[in-house]
Design a protein around this ligand. Sequence first.
Ligand SMILES: Cc1cc2nc3c(=O)[nH]c(=O)nc-3n(C[C@H](O)[C@H](O)[C@H](O)COP(=O)(O)OP(=O)(O)OC[C@H]3O[C@@H](n4cnc5c(N)ncnc54)[C@H](O)[C@@H]3O)c2cc1C
Length: 388
Amino acid sequence: MGVHFTADHEAFREAARGVLEREVVPHAQEWEEAGTFPAHRLFKALGTAGLLGLEYDPAYGGQGADHSYTVILGEELGRMGCAGVAMAIAVQNDMATPSLHSHGTHELKQRYLAPALRGEMVAAIAVTEPDAGSDVAGLRTRAERDGDDWVINGSKLYITNGTQADWLCLLARTSAEGGYRGMSQIVFPAGNPGFSVSRTLRKLGNKCSDTAELSFTDARVPVANTIGEIGRGFQQQMTQFQNERMIAAYTAVGAMDRALSLTAGYLRDRQTFGRPLLSRQYVQFRLAELAAEVDTLRHYNYACAEAYIRGEDTTRFATIAKLKAGRLQREIADTCLQFHGGFGYMEESWVSRYFRDSRLLSIGGGSDEVMLQILARLDGYTGSGHAS
Ligand SMILES: Cc1cc2nc3c(=O)[nH]c(=O)nc-3n(C[C@H](O)[C@H](O)[C@H](O)COP(=O)(O)OP(=O)(O)OC[C@H]3O[C@@H](n4cnc5c(N)ncnc54)[C@H](O)[C@@H]3O)c2cc1C
C-alpha cells in the first residue's frame, strides 16, 4: 500500500483548492499588509470544510483519512501563495495537535482537540525559547508541581499563532534532571492567569502570520493537562517534529510548482531584444532543470508518505525532505526573482513576497544544519565512528 492517488484524491484536491481560493487567496494581500489574519474566522471555515485534522479520529471530529490526503493538502497550501496562512494552518494540523491526538487523555482531547478540529480553537506549539532554538534540550521554562497543578515560569519565542491561540502545546521542564530528560508536553490554555504575550514580532516574510514572544509568571495549569507521560515530553516532541518537517516539504512542492508556472507565464510575455524571454535557451533550461528538481522532491515526498502510511519510522525521510525542500525553495525563489528583473524587486510583485517568505524553510522547524546533524548521526558520519 502507499500513495496511489485515486479519483477520490483528485476530488479532494479540487475541493481543498476551491476552499483555499475562496477563503484565503482574495484576502492574502490585505492580511500581509495588516501583519495578521483572522485565525478564528478562517479556521472555522476550514473546520467546517473538513480541512483540519484530516488524519485524526472521527470521534473527535477528524476525517479518519490516511496520510496521502495530508500530502495533497500540503501541496495545495503551498500552491495558494500565502505562506503565512499556510504555516498557521500547518501549526494547527501538524505541529500543535499530533502529540495530543496520539497521547492525550480522552478528556483532554474532548476539551482541546475536538474544538481545534472544528476550527473553534486556535492552537500553537511553544517549544523555542530565547536561549534554546536548535538545541531543544537547552530549554529552561519550568513547570513545578504544586498539588494538582503545574506552576509555570519562563518564556517562549517566535511562537506562530502566538497572539491568537486559545491553547498552547507547551514543552517545559517538569523535573531537575536536565538535558533532554524530565520534560513534559502540557496543554496550556492561553486565558490562564500568569500568561501574557510579551511582544508581537515583525518579520522578513510570512508577515500575515502572527509570531509572538510569550511569558509565563507563576502560571497555573492542572497536571491533568499533561499530554502523555510526565517526563516523556522531549521524545514526544521529537516525533511531533517529524509531522512538521513532512508537511513543510509537501507545502514547498506546491509553492515551487506555482512559482515556476507564474515565472514561465511572465517570461512568455516579457520581451527583451525583440523576443520573449522564454524563447531563450538559457531561461528554458534553467526552468526545466528546476522543475526536474521539484519533481524529484515531490516523488521523494511520496516515498516518505508511503513509509509513514506503512507505519515505519520516517525520521530519515522527513529530515532529507525538509533539508532539500529548504535549499531548493531558496534557489527557486532567487531564480524566479532574477528572471522578473526590476519588477521582481517591487513590493507589488508576487515574487518579492515569495522570495521573502521562502527564506524561512531553511531556518524554522529545525535549520538546514540541524537536519544535517541528524542525518550525519543517522548515517554514522560522526567523530566517534558510529551512529550516536
Ligand atoms: C517565523 C518563525 C516562526 C516560528 N514558529 C515557531 C513556533 O510556532 N513554535 C516554536 O517553538 N518555534 C518556532 N520558531 C522557531 C524556530 O523553530 C527556530 O528559529 C529554529 O529552530 C532555529 O532556532 P534559533 O532561531 O534559536 O537559532 P539558533 O539555534 O540560534 O541557531 C542559529 C543558526 O545556527 C546554525 N546552527 C544551529 N545548530 C547548528 C549546529 N549544530 N551545527 C552547525 N550550525 C548550526 C543554523 O544555521 C541556525 O539557523 C519559529 C521561527 C520563525 C523564524
